[in-house]
Write a protein that binds this ligand. Structure first.
Ligand SMILES: [Zn+2]
Length: 108
């Protein structure tokens, strides 16, 4: 059986991969499809890791704060313009909007 045609680095020099070729002249590990799949999985893990970094969380928090500040300014405008009468339609809409904001406030 033919050997895999990939060259591998062993921290000292390159040599031929010693595994048997199973498809297109490559072993399972070195077949371009496997290499690509591992690379994509690695990229995905890296992206997930970066998304949890303090810098990324800070950026998301700042975006959320900006979004909440816009909502608050709109609500402030509504309250200034229409008041906040109990049971009124606009009062109910404002109350609903405030309910939507609430979950974000504790999450950052
Ligand atoms: Zn190989």
């Amino acid at each position: 059986m033919a050997q895999c045609k990939e060259q591998v680095w062993d921290q000292w020099h390159y040599h031929d991969c010693r595994r048997n070729a199973v498809e297109d002249g490559y072993c399972r590990q070195h077949h371009p499809r496997s290499v690509q799949a591992r690379q994509e999985a690695s990229n995905k893990r890296q992206k997930e890791k970066e998304a949890q970094s303090p810098a990324a969380r800070l950026e998301r928090a700042q975006e959320r704060i900006t979004e909440l500040e816009k909502m608050l300014s709109l609500l402030y405008y509504d309250v200034q313009a229409y008041g906040f009468p109990d049971g009124s339609l606009i009062g109910q809409e404002i109350a609903n909007s405030l309910e939507r904001v609430k979950p974000y406030l504790g999450e950052i």
